[in-house]
Design a protein around this ligand. Structure first.
Ligand SMILES: C[S@@+](CC[C@H](N)C(=O)[O-])C[C@H]1O[C@@H](n2cnc3c(N)ncnc32)[C@H](O)[C@@H]1O
Length: 216
C-alpha cells in the first residue's frame, strides 16, 4: 500500500472513532479489501448528495417505516447501507439487486454490519425478469432508471399500489446511460405513478438528477 493510500485509510479509521460510525468502519474495510476506482465513484460527492436527497425526501414522504425493501441496480450496496444505518428508518430487510455479479462481494463487505444481523442480502438478477408479486416487497427503489433502455417493460412488472422511489438523470454520454431524460416531466411519462408523494430535481455539478416517490 502506498503512503497516500495508507493516509486515506487512517483518516477513515479516525473518522469512525469520532463519529462512532459502523458505516465508516465498513467503508474503510471495503476500501482496504477492494481498492477499486469504481468504489470511489459509488461514494463520490454527486452520488452521496443524490442518496442523501433521496433519503431525506423519503423520510418526509413516509415518516420512515419502510419494511422490506428492494433496491434495483443497487451496484455496491451504498444506498442499502445508508438506509440501514440511518436511525430515522425502520427497515426490516434490504435486498440489493444487480445484474453484475462482480458487485456482490463489494456490496456484502460494505454492508458487513447488516449482513451479520441478516438485514442485508444481495441478489444477482436482471430486474427485467424478476417476479415482484412473488417477493412481496413493501418498497422498490430504482435509482438506475437511466440504465434501462426499455424502462416500460420493467415498470409494467411492478404490482399496482407498490411504493416506488425512482431516480433518473440528464447525464447523457456516459457508458450505460441509455435512457437519460431531459426533464422531470419526461421522467414522469416513462414511469406514470398512480399517486405522487414527492417529485423534484437536484442540480449537481455536471448534471441534474430527477426523483419521484409514489405508488405504482
Ligand atoms: C452505475 S450503477 C448505479 C447508478 C445509479 N445512478 C445509482 O447510483 O444508483 C447502475 C447499476 O445498474 C445495474 N443494472 C443495469 N441494468 C440492470 C438490470 N437490467 N438489472 C439489474 N441491474 C442492472 C448495473 O449493473 C449497475 O451496477
Amino acid at each position: 500500500m502506498s503512503e497516500t493510500e495508507s493516509m486515506y485509510l487512517d483518516i477513515l479509521k479516525g473518522l469512525a472513532v469520532h463519529f462512532d460510525s459502523r458505516f465508516i468502519t465498513d467503508i474503510r474495510e471495503t476500501a482496504l479489501q477492494h481498492p477499486d476506482i469504481r468504489l470511489g465513484h459509488a461514494l463520490n460527492h454527486n452520488q452521496s448528495a443524490s442518496k442523501k436527497w433521496l433519503i431525506d425526501s423519503l423520510f418526509e414522504a413516509t415518516s420512515g417505516k419502510l419494511g422490506r425493501i428492494c433496491i434495483l441496480g443497487g451496484w455496491y450496496g451504498v444506498l442499502g447501507a445508508k438506509l440501514l444505518h440511518d436511525p430515522r428508518f425502520d427497515v426490516e430487510h434490504a435486498a440489493s439487486v444487480d445484474i453484475d455479479a462482480s458487485c456482490e462481494e463489494i456490496a456484502l463487505c460494505l454492508n458487513r454490519t447488516h449482513v451479520d444481523t441478516g438485514k442485508f442480502t444481495f441478489l444477482v438478477a436482471d430486474m427485467y425478469n424478476m417476479d415482484f408479486e412473488d417477493h412481496g416487497f413493501d418498497m422498490i427503489v430504482n435509482t438506475s432508471c437511466e440504465h434501462l433502455d426499455t424502462i416500460g417493460r420493467w415498470f409494467e412488472r411492478i404490482p399496482a399500489g407498490t411504493l416506488l422511489t425512482l431516480q433518473s438523470n440528464n447525464y447523457f454520454g456516459i457508458d450505460g446511460h441509455v435512457n437519460c431524460v431531459e426533464t422531470l416531466d419526461q421522467f414522469k411519462q416513462q414511469v406514470p405513478l398512480e399517486e405522487v408523494l414527492f417529485e423534484g430535481e437536484l442540480e449537481l455539478k455536471k448534471y441534474t438528477r430527477f426523483m419521484l416517490v409514489g405508488r405504482r
